[in-house]
Design a protein. Sequence first.
Length: 186
Amino acid sequence: MPATTLDARSALVLIDLQKGIAALPTVHPADEVIARGARLAAAFRAHGLPVVLVNVTGGAPGRTETAARGGTPPADWAELVDALDRQPEDIQVTKKQWGAFHGTGLDLELRRRGVTQVVFAGIATSIGVESSARAAHEHGYHVTVATDAVTDLDEEAHRRALEKIFPRLGETDTTDAILALLDGGR
């Protein structure tokens, strides 16, 4: 369902827009996703709304059938990309698993600010973004996903999240449509 409204106390959550992940091969160019995320961040800041910048520095300890990507990552792998123009008032969350809520203070940070709706963008659609959107929904937040500000490493997983999962968690729309809602129109 297209986005119909943004709550007065919305927050933007940008998932894993960090140097190591942005360098991976994705369905849609990571630099375009990052540029849209940066546009959303600038607009949320201009409206005095919280911007959350999430990065990942590890993985959950459970066993999986998929081997971890080999080798030691470069020293700057977890650094947020410069294009996000991190500001002192931004909330930074570092996670060690797929979702941004489990094992972090994200829910507390949002509740302290009275946030009722969360807008998501980032990489990877079917991993960090989907896990975080599911948790936000379970925590009672209104969820919106910027469909052109997410991408994935796997085309089918990306499509499935956009078509099957996100519409069940909340609303989805383009960056431009969300920015129009933020400015009070459609």
